[in-house]
Design a protein around this ligand. Structure first.
Ligand code: ADP
Ligand code: MG
Length: 470
């Protein structure tokens, strides 16, 4: 968009159109000042222009999504693998240990749940090789509360209008339609049907602070449109009013719950003692949890690192050599910091060259990773302590930056050097041992200024975007 970027008057005009179009289309967030009321809302941050995405890599990301769905599902059913992979982590990381305890406890009691629903998002960046060719590299897979499938279904229309205002209607017509919220909802519908109780509701397990409610409402509305009742409750509500009957059916305020869709519960600060008890109650129930606790554990960074070890994928997906090859092609270098000679070598390698790596704890939600000088300092401090095993080390992906404007309420309009992260939503439903749905459900492109190493849209760093395939 070089011609556009140079024309300041055109950019100013397009930005005004863009913001109003976003508000009209429902690209909305509640404000920081009033996070739990819809009296005052604003637009969710987004780019002025769609960002270029290599079409071959875009297709590759879609093509591997069903494989990732199968993989996550296989891990969630493999107790031996989860136990062995997380053994070192649960000794040093209290949060993962508590999740793991619930996992073991519900398995020992015997699962009441027989229908399983996975909604995940596999995130990638386009790593720029020495010869300049970009390669698709996975950042992580989110198996709980993967967000922005709703709001992003509305950004293509906004960007289409912006391009038209800028005299690029041909380019506008090339933007792809995208509706993850519908795909996610169809997974929930399937799980609800298989649960088999027509009067039962779907419960969205939501945060105390609900700034991103409109994103969730997009999925909710798809369910209401299909005559499925949706209720929104917090852990606190479950603690106070949730109960199980003899068959471990879950009831909230007297209503049977068929599906629990978590948009909360992935960071330690979501839990106090009562919330842990509420989580245990939900996990023990017959309701379809999206995700169940095993699938949440399958999304930990330690599992991601273990998957990159030679032979691991083959064991988890026996007889699926092509799926294994497609998955492996997206892996960046991942390294264990477990105690021992190998871990010592890895720690020394990272300390010597910190800019080549990212140091990741077992946390979700952005803003937790360590880079550069900070990585070096932290690793130096813990290099001889078991604390280091709570982290994994990953090669840093280095995408080619591009210029764009990031539109954010109350911020001046200025051009930034940006990089993008592509996410593909996956949805699957399993009944007993049989996979009854396995799909890619749409995509999310997020873009941020290069000066931020970390952080997503909710963390206030990245903004919503639309891919423009090149
Ligand atoms: P979280 O679970 O907190 O979202 P991520 O692994 O997605 O953790 O990392 C957060 C952000 O940090 C990503 O959105 C990306 O911008 C950046 N990041 C993570 N891993 C890498 C990497 N290997 N190379 C470059 N940037 C990375
Ligand atoms: Mg992430």
């Amino acid at each position: 968009w070089e011609d556009v970027l140079r024309n300041e008057a055109a950019v100013q005009e397009a930005a005004r159109v863009a913001v109003d179009a976003a508000l009209l289309a429902g690209v909305l967030m509640r404000t920081e000042g009033e996070p739990n009321a819809s009296d005052v809302v604003n637009y969710a941050p987004f780019t002025l222009l769609p960002s270029a995405v290599p079409s071959a890599l875009f297709e590759q990301a879609y093509a591997v999504q069903q494989d990732f769905n199968l993989l996550v599902d296989a891990i969630s059913q493999n107790k031996e693998f989860l136990e062995r992979t997380l053994a070192s982590i649960i000794k040093v990381d209290d949060f993962t240990a508590r999740l793991f305890r619930i996992y073991v406890q519900v398995l020992e009691e015997g699962l009441a749940q027989s229908v399983f629903l996975g909604i995940n998002r596999s995130d990638y960046m386009f790593d720029c090789g020495v010869d300049g060719t970009p390669a698709l590299k996975q950042i992580e897979i989110n198996t709980i509360a993967a967000s922005f499938g709703g709001l992003t279904s509305r950004t293509a229309a906004v960007h289409g209008q912006v391009l038209k205002v800028l005299g690029k209607s041909k380019e506008a017509s090339r933007l792809l339609p995208n509706n993850p919220s519908k795909g996610l909802a169809l997974g929930i519908v399937k799980a609800w049907e298989l649960y088999g109780s027509p009067s039962a509701v779907v419960m969205f397990l939501v945060e105390e602070v609900q700034r991103n409610i409109f994103d969730q409402r997009c999925v909710e509305n798809e369910l209401w449109n299909r005559n499925i009742r949706v209720i929104r409750r917090r852990f606190r509500d479950v603690f106070e009013k949730g109960s199980l009957d003899d068959a471990r059916r879950l009831y909230m305020d007297g209503q049977e719950v068929a599906v629990v869709y978590y948009r909360e519960g992935y960071v330690p600060k979501n839990y106090d003692q009562q919330n842990w008890e509420a989580r245990l109650l939900l996990e023990r129930s017959r309701a379809v949890k999206c995700p169940d606790i095993a699938t949440q554990l399958a999304g930990t960074k330690k599992v991601q690192q273990e998957l990159s070890q030679p032979g691991t994928l083959e064991k988890l997906l026996p007889g699926r050599a092509e799926a294994v090859a497609r998955i492996r092609a997206t892996f960046a270098g991942l390294y264990s910091l477990d105690m021992g000679e190998e871990g010592d070598k890895i720690a020394a390698m990272a300390i010597a060259d910190p800019d080549r790596f990212v140091l990741k704890p077992q946390r979700e939600g952005g803003g937790n990773n360590l880079y550069g000088e900070e990585l070096r300092q932290v690793l130096e401090k813990i290099r001889d302590s078991p604390e280091r095993t709570s982290y994994i080390l990953m090669d840093k992906i280095k995408p080619q930056p591009a210029m764009n404007y990031l539109l954010r309420a109350h911020s001046p309009l200025q051009v930034s050097e940006c990089i993008s992260e592509l996410g593909i939503f996956g949805v699957y439903v399993r009944q007993g041992k049989e996979m009854v749905m396995n799909k890619a459900a749409g995509h999310l492109l997020r873009t941020k200024a290069i000066e931020h190493a970390d952080g997503g849209v909710a963390a206030g760093v990245a903004v919503l975007d639309t891919p423009y395939l090149v």
